[in-house]
Design a protein. Structure first.
Length: 114
């Protein structure tokens, strides 16, 4: 196995839910007791060393395919604006971000990057 990047270079992790999910529910146990992003991810040894800010991005997945191309573009624009503001506030504009995306969240993230 070859490491292609170091997580120590990141200051923020952003999670994006998929179709039919929600900003918190997608990452919460079925019992509702544990939010993976809050309760388990920070305990990972690599993540614990870097102490990133962990955020979620939510969108109305129920209307995502009403007018699919334009709606995905709108969600991506919202994500880009939120990332821009978060990076300015935390003075981390030059530091990469780790994006954890599920399903449609991955398409939205790709729209931002491409």
């Amino acid at each position: 196995m070859v490491a292609i990047l170091s997580l120590a270079d990141f200051s923020r992790i952003v999670a994006i839910h998929g179709l039919g999910g929600g900003r918190m529910g997608t990452f919460t146990s079925t019992s509702g007791d544990h939010l993976w992003l809050r309760d388990f991810l920070p305990e990972d040894p690599l993540v614990a060393r870097m102490k990133p800010r962990i955020s979620t991005f939510g969108y109305d997945a129920s209307i995502a395919f009403g007018n699919s191309a334009s709606q995905i573009h709108n969600f991506a624009g919202q994500l880009l604006n939120e990332l821009h503001h978060m990076r300015q506030e935390s003075k981390t504009t030059g530091v990469p971000i780790v994006i954890v995306a599920h399903s449609l969240g991955g398409i939205i993230a790709k729209q931002v990057g491409g």
